[in-house]
Design a protein around this ligand. Structure first.
Ligand code: SME
Length: 206
């Protein structure tokens, strides 16, 4: 089967719960044999985004669609410069290196490159990262500090990526989805996405 076909949503799928189980299972197949987070998160963002585009009833009736799906991740996960002597490229000298989560794999329009999480968390992503829990925002205009990467976004859901290691919880970043409709996401989406995030965490080497 061509890889692109994993984002097809069969007509037999009607409920959100069935939809998210389907996406979960397709992602598990896509990530099989690969444990690098760059590749796995790239396909995860694309699969979730394109599957939602193929399942407009996820957002109810009318002109509704997901318009962004992607990851913000802690800077230590990213490659460090290896082939330069330029001191300005030293991660320790980068103002934004330790206090921000950085834009990772995504599908959708260009978005902000980093989001502050310390000393003061910013936006829905910063808050979900610091609180270590999913945040559902039915109307972004009512959320204090929401970062408008795309002025067309009306609602949002952000799930933290938490790795349990040696009895300690390490927050690796967040998965962020945006929607053009108010109230685009609900608890069914939260349950489905949190299960997908758990799959991603255990399918990658961090
Ligand atoms: N709206 C997010 C910022 C990321 S973009 O939506 C892609 C926030 O408030 O954290």
């Amino acid at each position: 089967m061509p890889h692109a076909d994993t984002s097809l949503v069969p007509d037999s799928i009607e409920t959100k719960s069935e939809f998210w189980t389907h996406v979960h299972d397709q992602l598990e197949i896509l990530m099989g044999g690969q444990r690098h987070w760059v590749s796995n998160l790239s396909n995860a963002a694309s699969l979730i985004y394109s599957s939602l585009q193929a399942f407009p009833s996820n957002f109810g009736d009318g002109e509704r669609s997901v318009n962004w799906c992607g990851f913000y991740l802690i800077s230590s996960l990213f490659p460090q410069p290896r082939f330069t002597d330029d001191a300005s490229m030293d991660p320790k000298s980068q103002t934004h290196a330790s206090a921000n989560i950085l834009l990772g794999p995504f599908s959708g329009k260009p978005a902000c490159q980093w989001i502050e999480v310390s000393p003061r968390p910013r936006g829905v992503c910063g808050d979900a990262f610091v609180k270590r829990s999913t945040i559902l925002v039915p109307d972004v205009l009512t959320y204090p500090g929401h970062i408008a990467c795309d002025g067309d976004t009306k609602s949002e859901i952000v799930c933290p990526l938490i790795l349990r290691k040696g009895g300690e919880d390490i927050v690796l970043g967040v998965l962020d989805l945006d929607c053009l409709a108010i109230g685009g996401f609900d608890v069914d989406d939260q349950v489905g996405l949190e299960r997908i995030v758990a799959l991603i965490i255990r399918s990658c080497d961090w």
